[in-house]
Design a protein around this ligand. Structure first.
Ligand code: SIN
Length: 304
C-alpha cells in the first residue's frame, strides 16, 4: 500500500492534489459530479476585501494546448466569502481549504487575509501577488521583490495561519522573488500563476480579450512551471506548491521531483471536470510504476 500523504506547514493532506484557485469556484459544481473529499484540498477563487465585478467580456481566449483568461478577480468580497461561502464549503468538504487572497495595497491584503483566516475551515492563506489581470494590484506586487516582501510582512503580522505566497512567472529572476518573500516571513511559496499573453482576432484585427491581454495556462506552460519550481526549491527552505499545466498523475510526480510538496491543478479542470478525481485515483498506480512507496520521499528528488 503506497502512502500519498504530504504536509504543508503542519497541514497534513491525504494526497498532494489541490484544485487551483479560479477554476474550482467554491467546490459546489464539482461536488455535484463527484465526492470532492477525495482531493488533498482546493484553493477558493481569489478573494479581495471588497466585492469585484471583474473585467469586461470576452474574458477567455483559446490557445494551443491551453487558454488565456482575464477574469479580473471577480468575487463577492471577503465578508460574503467568510459569512456564506466558507460555511457552505464546510457542508460539502470536510477538509481545510486554501484561501486565495488578492488586493490593491498591503493593508487590503492584510485585512482580507485576517477576515478569511478566521474561518475554521481555512487551513492556509495563499497570497495572490501574481494576478496579471488587474491594474495597481496583483502582479504589481509580484514583480518587485520589495513590494512582495512588504505585502508578505503585512499579512504575516495579521494572521497566525500559514501564509503561502503565489508568485508570478512574469519576472526575470523567480528565485529572487521567492527569497524575498521567504525572508519576509512566508511559510511557503506557490507557483506559477499565469504567463501574460494575448490573441488577436484575424477578422476584427483586434485583441480577442476585451482587456487586450490575459494569463496563459494549460499544458503549454508545464515545462516553464516545472523549471521555476525547480529554481525556487533551490532558493528557499520553505515548502513549495507547484502548479502550471499539470494534467496527469505523472505530471504531479514530475512537479514533486522538481521540489513541490503539493501540486495544484488549474486549467485541466475546465476541459475535464473529473481530472482532479482521476489524478488522485491514478496516483497509486503511477507511484508503483516508478517505485515510489512514500510520495513525500520524492520531494526535490531531481536535485543533485
Ligand atoms: C483573474 O481573476 O483574473 C485570474 C486570477 C489570477 O490570475 O490570479
Amino acid at each position: 500500500m503506497v502512502n500519498t500523504s504530504v504536509a504543508l506547514s503542519g497541514l497534513v493532506l491525504d494526497n498532494p492534489v489541490i484544485a487551483a484557485s479560479g477554476v474550482f469556484g467554491y467546490g459546489r459544481e464539482f461536488a455535484e459530479l463527484y465526492d470532492i473529499n477525495i482531493l488533498g484540498s482546493f484553493s477558493i477563487k481569489g478573494t479581495t476585501l471588497l466585492p469585484r465585478f471583474g473585467n469586461p467580456t470576452p474574458r477567455i481566449a483559446e490557445t494551443y494546448a491551453g487558454m488565456i483568461n482575464s477574469v479580473g478577480l471577480q468575487n463577492p468580497g471577503a465578508d460574503k466569502v467568510l459569512e456564506e461561502e466558507l460555511p457552505n464549503i464546510a457542508k460539502i468538504f470536510r477538509k481545510p481549504v486554501i484561501a486565495n487572497v488578492g488586493g490593491f495595497s498591503a493593508e487590503q491584503y492584510a485585512l482580507c487575509a485576517e477576515k478569511l483566516a478566521a474561518a475554521p475551515n481555512v487551513g492556509l492563506i495563499e497570497l495572490n501577488i501574481s494576478c496579471p489581470n488587474v491594474h495597481g494590484g496583483g502582479m504589481a506586487f509580484g514583480t518587485d521583490p520589495a513590494a512582495a516582501a512588504e505585502v508578505t510582512r503585512a499579512v504575516k503580522a495579521a494572521v497566525s495561519k500559514p501564509v503561502y505566497v503565489k508568485l508570478s512567472p512574469n519576472v526575470t529572476d523567480i528565485a529572487e522573488m521567492a527569497a524575498a518573500v521567504e525572508e519576509a516571513g512566508a511559510d511557503g511559496i506557490s507557483l506559477i500563476n499565469t504567463l501574460l499573453g494575448m490573441r488577436i482576432d484575424l477578422r476584427t484585427r483586434r485583441p480577442v480579450l476585451a482587456a487586450g491581454m490575459g494569463g496563459v495556462s494549460g499544458p503549454a506552460v508545464f515545462p516553464v512551471a516545472l523549471r521555476m519550481v525547480y529554481q525556487v526549491y533551490e532558493a528557499v527552505s520553505v515548502p513549495v506548491i507547484g502548479m502550471g499545466g499539470v494534467s496527469s498523475a505523472e505530471d504531479v510526480i514530475e512537479m514533486m521531483l522538481a521540489g513541490a510538496t503539493a501540486v495544484e491543478i488549474g486549467a485541466a479542470n475546465l476541459t475535464d471536470p473529473f481530472c482532479c478525481r482521476d489524478i488522485v485515483n491514478a496516483l497509486p498506480a503511477a507511484m508503483k510504476k516508478y517505485g515510489i512507496e512514500n510520495l513525500s520521499d520524492i520531494i526535490g528528488g531531481a536535485h543533485g
